[in-house]
Design a protein around this ligand. Sequence first.
Ligand code: GLU
Length: 507
Amino acid sequence: MKRVRVRFAPSPTGPLHIGGVRTALYNYLFAKQNGGDFILRIEDTDQTRFVPGAEEYIIEAFQWLGLQFDEGVHIGGKYGPYKQSERKPMYKQYAQQLIDNGWAYYAFDTPEALDAKRKEAEAQKKTFQYDAHTRGGLCNSLTLSKEEVDAKINSGEPYVVRFKYPADTEIHVHDLIRGEVKINSNLLDDKVLYKSDGMPTYHLANIVDDHLMEISHVIRGEEWLPSAPLHVMLYKAFGWEAPEFAHLPLLLKPDGNGKLSKRDGDRLGFPVFPLQWKDPKSGEISSGYRESGYLPEAVINMLALLGWNPGTEQEIMDLNTLVSLFSIEKISKSGAKFDLEKAKWFNHQYIQMASDEVLFGFFSQELEKHGVTAEKDYALRIMHLIKERVHFIPEFWDQCSYFFVAPTEYDPQAVKKRWKAGTELHLPKMMELIESVQPFSKQAAHDKVMDYVQSNELNMGAIMNSFRLSLVGAAKGPDLFEIIDAIGVEETAKRIRRAVETIGPRE
Ligand code: GLU
């Protein structure tokens, strides 16, 4: 078998959509499973759509995700350059080759002339197409003499080079996911391949580069399926062996109604981009998975399963496992619905599985953000106590602030519900019992407090939650005696005094 070489070929027109990340991931998994190469090529032939910062963003996103390229715009390789604008001088000869062998032609029609044709067709309720049936009546090298063509080119008249589809021919695209896809050439427009400004269009550059870079498999989004017949024909026209094609199903909105867009993310509260992105023109900020506190491993695992599964119930799979289990045959033909609850679940799982070292890296950053400095042992202990409550990294602070800073406010809902008449008298008594346990032990303190609650026939839920409220500021957190043990008896006593003073007797 030919060496497997696949490429991810984004256009730097903005931040990378997670659909694009999934495309790259499937390319990566396929390449690594087959001991092949994974290449990053930047397709920037359409200069009008170029957005500054987009290329750097793409590279940074993959670095964060941990998907490493073997060759690419940022690391080079022996098939470079890997950016189409830097390959510009190469394309002309290929356009020329197609003209010379009769698979392409020069067209000089002005935009106004084409517009008039379009309007004419519309008036007859038809759509204008530049094809085998119309090209004979248009201004191109098939209708003009060689001298006329040369004169126009020499005088600098703008032109394009169009692909010359044969009339009424069945074109077959073999797709590894969809099987055989057929289309009649009469339905296809003679696509522009090259412009007189020296720029190839996407189609020409893409095919030439895939050929020169010896790409064996083109794995890309379904939106490129309509271009595939042209690509197949271009390989034929050049006399090159075509790569295998696999067009991936779309990523759909959570309700399955259409393609997942940035607006859905904004509306439903999840990012559609791997990293936060600031639009250089409008300054608008779009959220990213990284900044929202997702772990890259969780994003990878979640994305892998949007459109593919290993055929078993297994859901948690790290990158190596995905590499070994992946198969193009098991990619679904229909679109995959984005599922926010599932994304959350994956992240929660990966937070639980993360090594102390990795998690502590995030945890200590959160503490730092909130101006807290703590002994490493203490911080680690707190991290262990609360991590099971955390779905996203920024939630760490919410879940643990009271271990570092005493509360100054008490959740009014919880006060209303839990703080009963007499609570202000019982809490200091319970505190005294805790202080009497020397040296402190969670179990002994617990037993004494329970005895007190029972012998005074107190409402267990209410009094214990009032105690908790005094230490935490809200009705949340791990086991109360764990909290006391962590913050210390002295600090606990201080907090009880302050809560009693602040909340006071219930009217
Ligand atoms: N430049 C195209 C894109 O932006 C690449 C399509 C392909 O993979 O052929 O998605």
